[in-house]
Design a protein around this ligand. Structure first.
Ligand SMILES: NC(=O)c1ccc[n+]([C@@H]2O[C@H](COP(=O)([O-])OP(=O)(O)OC[C@H]3O[C@@H](n4cnc5c(N)ncnc54)[C@H](O)[C@@H]3O)[C@@H](O)[C@H]2O)c1
Length: 329
């Protein structure tokens, strides 16, 4: 039987590369696409020798052409960490808007089903906790994070419009903080920032008083949730994340314990519009997809720490490493 063909944008990134692995494992023909602006080909180099994998080096904010049939499109291309989207704000807005428009056009043309990677950031600095899908959010469009949050909100609106107006089959996953191997040490997210600091023997930087909360989901759990949502018949947004909420201060203490270092936590000013709380309400994922996270934080952190320890020493002292201590995303 002919293999089903799936296009994965952002394929060389953290989540995109894990999705490529999963779809290869499930027997699909996988077409990866990425412009490598924040991704790294090393994440998918093990796939290049496979017959049923191919890669297009392309910016999806420009017209996207893919020969042959397509059954599914997973749109995961977008800068995703505060360091990245503050450095490249226009590209971030473009990939969420023009990129999504291009890919929805492709989905319509090919009769493919498309899932977009939305984010808990559509809830902004939320006034309800945990956040259910029905919550409309509290986002500052002109603040520094607006370029990401509003691009993602527009992406959802455009996707729903293609669904209702053109009948394209669409799915929307709202992803909460996810971690695991292949994250970049210097991407500004709190977990690699803390682990990088611990490995370099530096104190761990906490922004604000550390009472802000996050909920961390291990990557394998997230990928399972995305896979189930794509194959479901549910078109409205679904939160996928781990509801096990922790303060940034407690999280820093866990990392110090895990890495066996003697570092301290040092407090710095909280960045503008930093969300004070973040915890997914996953009732819908449980009911519609029969999904819930399986990997607890202790297990997931151990695997992730081993991954970071295995990286060459130069990765720890990358020239950008000073930049990434500005956020506890
Ligand atoms: N990791 C998380 O915790 C998280 C949380 C919420 C949402 N998301 C979403 O998931 C997706 C993937 O995030 P990630 O953590 O893997 O980030 P990442 O930076 O590791 O991967 C993003 C990939 O997209 C590529 N890309 C960016 N702009 C592009 C363009 N115009 N054309 C082609 N490729 C482009 C990058 O080069 C990179 O390989 C993003 O859409 C992000 O918003 C991630």
């Amino acid at each position: 039987m002919e293999k089903k063909r799936v296009l994965i944008t952002g394929a060389a990134g953290f989540l995109g590369s894990h999705l490529c692995d999963r779809f290869i494992k499930e027997g699909y023909y996988v077409i990866g696409m990425d412009n490598l602006i924040t991704g790294d080909l090393q994440n998918i180099e093990h796939l290049f020798a496979l017959e049923h994998f191919e890669f297009f080096h392309h910016d999806v904010s420009k017209f996207v052409y893919v020969p042959g049939k397509l059954d599914y499109i997973l749109h995961f291309a977008s800068p995703a960490s505060p360091i990245d989207y503050l450095k490249i704000p226009i590209q971030t807005l473009k990939v969420g808007s023009l990129g999504t428009h291009n890919l929805l056009g492709l989905a319509r043309n090919k009769g493919a089903r498309m899932i977009i990677a939305s984010t808990s950031e559509v809830y902004g600095d939320p006034s309800v906790n945990p956040q259910p899908e029905e919550y409309w959010g509290n986002v500052n469009p002109v603040g520094p994070r607006g370029v990401y949050d509003e691009a993602k909100r527009f992406q959802e609106a455009m996707t729903m419009a293609y669904h209702t107006f053109h009948g394209v089959e669409t799915r929307i996953v709202r992803i909460f903080n996810t971690y695991g191997p292949r994250m970049r040490l210097n991407d500004g997210r709190v977990l690699p920032a803390f682990i990088g600091q611990a490995l370099r023997g530096e104190d761990l930087t906490v922004f604000g008083d550390g009472s802000q909360t996050r909920s961390f989901c291990y990557v394998d759990d997230l990928i399972e949730g995305i896979y189930r949502l794509l194959l479901s018949d549910y078109a409205l947004p679904v939160n996928i994340g781990n509801p096990d909420e922790i303060t940034i201060k407690q999280f820093g203490e866990e990392i110090i314990k895990l890495t066996g270092t003697n570092q301290k936590l040092v407090l710095r000013d909280l960045p503008v519009d930093d969300p004070k709380q973040r915890r997914p309400d996953i009732t819908k994922a449980r009911e519609i997809l029969g999904w819930e996270p399986k990997v607890n934080r202790a297990e997931g952190l151990k695997i992730t720490y081993e991954y970071f320890k295995s990286l060459p020493k130069e990765a720890l002292f990358n020239k950008e490493h000073k930049d990434f201590t500005t956020y506890n995303k």
